[in-house]
Write a protein that binds this ligand. Structure first.
Ligand code: C2O
Ligand code: CU
Ligand code: CU
Length: 492
């Protein structure tokens, strides 16, 4: 990596490496990691929180708080976190559990916590209708009906989601079930089963990372120039087993990452957003938009160090020239994996994982269309779905519980949008008529819809009807969501 376009620089130290904070290309406060930054800090592993069993209910105590985080040695950065200064613990629960989330808001502003990916009662969803006032608490209780999977939680405060998530209000959820437990997958937390929250941030020279999106960022989604994993900049992880499972979450505001390894090794994707695939998918890269997850298993038995990187998406994903110019995935070094001198031999990866029925549009009783649009520029930009921007008192779709539907999501804008739906896991039928490949065959709650693309999904809501309290569907680029690229539906 080289320093480029830098007219002035000062250096900050982190973990023995140097961060040059520079005035680059006229933008104040952009930062570039210097060449010696490769794997200099041990990866932070978030605390694992399995809650407390109280009268048969798994109870989690979550405090949303202000904090200071030392991303760079000697610099306290103002951040937000859950039970900590930045991000939150990994919440671990089992399918069939009844859980209660005691959320305490100690901030001086309103917030929410949304349980992304879970099938959940509307009043427990933690969307914009479940605001928690400053100093107040919120204690939703619900049953876990999802399968073994990697989900996450984050602020969903109306018009403030981007700002609050940027500052740190997000964490992961691991759901276990008997089917997955029987598989002998790497599952020793922090040893061979690793949470990997991928984000990018920008810092000022004083070490602060205020949320200050430019006009361009409000349009395209906020992207920083410093990559971090679990809040660690330039991290390494020492691997002690021949196979390591990485639970990847794109927790960024507005970046789509095409993730790969710098030696081009292939790896196995074992799970998508909603749980295990039918069988491991052998891939060379996986592309995740904000909100999407993928669990991958990497073979480390060669004993060589390898860097998890993000690269420009290879094929343009069917995009036209204009779109490619506006919208190329950012390039980062995320996480260096360093195998120990001797590696414990992991059990072989099972060739069959979960039951995943084939899907077709033949079972659908209804088709709905969602057109994603953006128009105008800067302050005057407008983000809409079916020509409408989010209104709290308008329900856009009313859906019958238990019926298969096809949703056609058409991107009429020049950039990609990750389309997310609450309270369900859906399946991708096709992208511009092409069947999904790799991890996209699995359970999904978020799908990247590229420019000039129409993605068809098979969707159904099997749990938790509520005619009054709506759920959200929206673009998961948080700047777009906050600007109104969101709609509401009820399940009846
Ligand atoms: Cu990740 Cu509506 O949320
Ligand atoms: Cu969600
Ligand atoms: Cu968008």
């Amino acid at each position: 990596m080289t320093l480029k376009n830098i007219s002035r620089r000062s250096a900050l130290k982190f973990g023995g490496a140097t961060l040059a904070l520079a005035t680059a290309g006229g933008f104040l406060g952009t930062a570039t990691v210097a060449a010696d930054a490769r794997g200099t800090m041990a990866l932070r592993i978030p605390a694992l929180d399995a809650g407390q069993m109280v009268d048969g209910v798994r109870v989690f105590d979550l405090t949303v708080q202000n904090g200071k985080t030392e991303f760079f040695e000697g610099f306290d950065t103002d951040t937000l976190g859950i039970n900590g200064s930045y991000l939150g613990p990994v919440l671990r629960m089992t399918a069939g559990d009844t859980v209660r989330m005691n959320v305490n808001n100690t901030l001086r502003e309103k917030t929410t916590l949304h349980w992304h990916g879970l099938n959940i009662p509307a009043v427990a969803d933690g969307g914009p209708h479940q605001e928690i006032e400053p100093g107040a608490a919120w204690s939703p209780e619900f049953k876990i009906v999802n399968k073994a999977s990697t989900m996450w939680y984050h602020s969903h405060q109306l018009s403030r989601t981007a700002d609050q998530v940027w500052a740190g209000l997000a964490g992961m959820i691991f759901i276990d079930d008997a089917e997955a437990d029987a598989l002998d997958l790497p599952s020793d937390y922090g040893v061979d089963d690793i949470p990997v929250v991928l984000q990018d941030r920008s810092f000022r020279r004083n070490g602060q990372m205020p949320y200050e999106p430019s006009m361009h960022s409000l349009m395209m989604g906020m992207t920083g120039d410093i990559a971090m994993v679990n809040g660690t900049i330039a991290p390494f992880f020492e691997v002690t087993t021949s196979l390591v499972r990485l639970r990847l979450l794109n927790g960024s505001n507005g970046s789509i990452y095409t993730l790969a390894f710098d030696d081009n090794r292939e790896f196995d994707q074992i799970a998508s957003d909603g749980g295990l695939l039918a069988a491991p998918a052998r891939v060379g890269s996986v592309r995740l938009g904000p909100g999407e997850r993928a669990e991958i298993v990497v073979d480390m038995s060669s004993g060589r160090n390898v860097m998890l990187v993000s690269v420009p998406s290879s094929d343009g994903n069917g995009r036209g020239m204009m779109a490619r110019m506006m919208d190329s995935d950012p390039v980062f070094d995320f996480l260096e994996l360093r195998p120990a001198a001797t590696l414990a031999k992991s059990p072989a990866l099972p060739q069959q994982l979960a039951d995943l029925p084939a899907v077709s549009d033949g079972t659908a009783v209804k088709t709905r269309s969602f057109e994603l649009q953006m128009s105008g520029m800067g302050m005057f930009s407008n983000f809409s779905i079916n020509g409408k921007s989010m209104k709290m008192n308008r329900v856009d779709e009313v859906i019958n519980m238990g019926e298969d539907e096809v949703w056609e999501i058409t991107n009429l804008s020049p950039m990609a949008h990750p389309f997310h739906v609450h309270n369900t896991q859906f399946r991708i039928l096709d992208r511009n008529g092409e069947a999904p490949v790799g991890g996209e065959v699995g359970l999904k709650d978020t799908v990247v819809v590229n420019p000039e693309e129409r993605v068809r999904i098979l969707i159904r809501f099997d749990h938790y009807s509520d005619p009054k309290h709506p759920y959200m569907y929206h673009c998961h680029i948080l700047e777009h969501e906050d600007a109104g690229m969101m709609g509401q539906f009820t399940v009846v």
